[in-house]
Design a protein around this ligand. Structure first.
Ligand code: DX5
Ligand code: ZN
Length: 218
């Protein structure tokens, strides 16, 4: 399977959101990565349902929603109705993670779990076979534009081993501080999907930045 690029809309120009969505539509990007923050689970608030609804109206690729919110169970059906294809919740925000994952799937979406930089891979041992995506946070969630945490490589390797051992078909997604400096090594150790916010949208030519990243990892 080809390795995927998922531009993070958090770094887009919100005053020109439709333009930036169309740019992703016509680029070589694979997914739209959408960060929803509640100001409680993370110390920042991004945007919510009305903005996602507007994005969905124009987005022509897989919509990958990353929830950085407490008690995500309350909104699973809402995000399905808003057009999310993949719904990722945080391990640290779910008391009954297995139940949450089943509820996401019952709503017709693929299910993902994100883990913070301090959370070990081992906590996923008993749930890995149920997961479509594991998102390894390579920064502390809450903000774009932070520096990549080097310990991530080790975690990707551990997760890859767990997936292989469990005969699961879970995708490994990396989120935070991804650039052309770490992309290759991330793929080499087992990553499948690279989220990139600032690196794409703050570049002079986001379309060619996406194309370069895509060809670099494939
Ligand atoms: C951080 C978000 C990321 C963020 C990545 O909490 O989950 O998706 O947008 O942004 P960059 O690529 O700028 O680190
Ligand atoms: Zn994210």
């Amino acid at each position: 399977m080809s390795k995927l690029v998922a531009p993070s809309i958090l770094a887009a120009d919100f005053a020109n959101l439709q333009r930036d969505i169309e740019m992703v539509n016509s680029s070589e990007a694979d997914w739209f990565h959408i960060d929803i923050m509640d100001g409680v689970f993370v110390p920042n608030i991004s945007f919510g349902m009305p903005v996602l609804k507007a994005i969905s109206k124009h987005a022509k690729k897989t919509i990958d929603v990353h929830l950085m919110i407490v008690d995500p169970d309350r909104y699973i059906q809402t995000f399905a109705d808003l057009g999310a294809d993949i719904l990722t919740v945080h391990y640290e925000a779910c008391t009954h993670l297995h139940r949450t994952i089943q509820a996401i799937k019952a709503s017709g979406m693929k299910a993902g779990v994100a883990i913070n930089p301090h959370t070990p891979i081992a906590v996923l041992e008993d749930i890995i076979s149920d997961l479509d995506v594991v998102c390894i946070m390579s920064v502390n969630p809450g903000f774009g534009g932070q520096s990549f945490i080097e310990n991530t490589y080790k975690k990707v390797q551990q997760l890859k081993n767990l997936i292989t051992f469990s005969k699961a078909d879970t995708l490994i997604e990396i989120d935070g501080g991804v650039t052309n400096k770490n992309a290759n090594e991330l793929i080499e150790v087992g990553a499948d999907v690279l989220v990139a916010g600032s690196y794409v949208f703050k570049s002079d030519n986001p379309t060619s930045t996406i194309a370069d990243l895509k060809s670099m990892i494939n």
